[in-house]
Design a protein around this ligand. Structure first.
Ligand code: HEC
Ligand code: HEC
Length: 281
């Protein structure tokens, strides 16, 4: 009996000590709790992403390699999400060009919930999509989890695009454009096809203008620019000039076309090859 009381007392005191200790550590624990909750959201979001988003945005979110259900490579229809201009900074470059005032979380959540244009589907059941709010938030958390120090570090090297396309093409380290490589980059590498369709069929363009007539009309868009200069600038800086008519009506301003200056700067030869393909040079 005595022994039981002593054990009981010790156990009680221990409990109090542990609880007191826990109370002291409460703020830290709260932090951990948020981390755990966020961790869980990211994990659930990763699965949603893999099942619903990877076919268009790529397994790694880079819109570089996408596969169909059978594992065969297909052109990525989406744009990169694991992408510094979208994710880095409180107000990322993409938020700025799209004129978004709210938070980054909301930017990604709203596009995911409501969809955008004819290809990016609507996901939230609020707009007739298949997902609950918590699922939209989980996949948003997963996309945000790609914002890492590594992604957002100052790039060691930023390619300086010459102002004039002629100067760019005349550089020693740029080889003559290869249209066959260009078509692959257009279809698969950069997924231009998903928005602009293929050059053979004017009705294949869904989001952006059909580019089959670019050699003829490219030189009529901006005063003082021939088709080459115009196409070069359109790829690097879509907002420099916004085309009037898109397949579903007036083209949106700011442009929904992502700027390719950073991404293509990693392989500038791609520009020469795409230009060769688009302009039959
Ligand atoms: C059928 C292809 C497709 C699927 C599936 C798809 N997307 Fe997209 N997504 C697109 C396209 C195309 C765009 C660009 C739309 C535009 O700007 O016109 C886009 C744009 C976005 C953007 C905006 C990025 C930016 O820089 O403005 C986000 C965020 C996004 N998608 C998230 C998702 C998430 C999350 C999923 C899965 C739940 C998903 N997408 C599934 C095709 C797709
Ligand atoms: C997310 C959809 C999307 C993707 C991906 C995309 N574009 Fe665009 N593009 C557009 C839209 C929308 C416009 C029209 C608005 C504007 O002027 O920016 C456009 C405009 C253009 C124009 C000007 C066309 C004209 O008729 O004057 C060119 C050239 C162009 N894009 C080339 C490309 C190339 C090359 C790629 C791939 C490296 C590409 N685009 C990827 C949506 C896209």
């Amino acid at each position: 009996m005595q022994v039981k009381i002593i054990i009981g007392t010790i156990a009680f005191m221990l409990t109090m000590i542990i609880m007191g200790f826990a109370a002291l550590r409460e703020p830290a624990r709260m932090g951990q709790f948020t981390d755990i909750r966020e961790g869980r959201q990211v994990a659930v979001g990763a699965k949603i992403y893999k099942d619903q988003c990877a076919t268009c945005h790529g397994e790694e979110g880079r819109a570089e390699t996408c596969t169909d259900a059978g594992g065969n490579p297909i052109g990525c229809q989406g744009i990169p999400l694991n992408h510094a201009p979208l994710l880095c900074g409180d107000t990322s470059t993409r938020m700025e060009t799209m004129g978004w005032d709210g938070t980054k979380f909301d930017f990604i959540k709203v596009v995911t919930a409501a969809g955008r244009g004819p290809i990016m589907p609507t996901w939230s059941e609020r707009y007739g999509g298949p997902m609950r709010d918590d699922q939209v938030e989980d996949v948003t958390m997963f996309v945000l989890n790609w914002e890492t120090e590594e992604l957002c570090a100052e790039p060691e090297f930023v390619y300086e695009w010459p102002e004039l396309a002629e100067d760019f093409l005349a550089q020693d380290d740029i080889e003559e454009g290869d249209p066959e490589r260009g078509v692959e980059l257009y279809d698969i590498g950069y997924g231009c096809t998903s928005c602009h369709g293929n050059l053979a069929d004017p009705t294949s363009a869904l989001v952006g203008p059909w580019l089959g007539e670019l050699p003829e009309i490219g030189g009529t868009r901006v005063e003082g620019q021939d088709a080459l200069q115009y196409t070069y600038e359109s790829i690097l800086y879509p907002n420099a000039y916004i085309v009037a008519e898109c397949p579903t009506g007036p083209c949106a301003s700011p442009s929904t076309m992502p700027a390719f200056d950073l991404r293509m700067g990693e392989n500038p030869q791609d520009m020469a090859d795409i230009l060769a393909y688009l302009l039959n040079r």
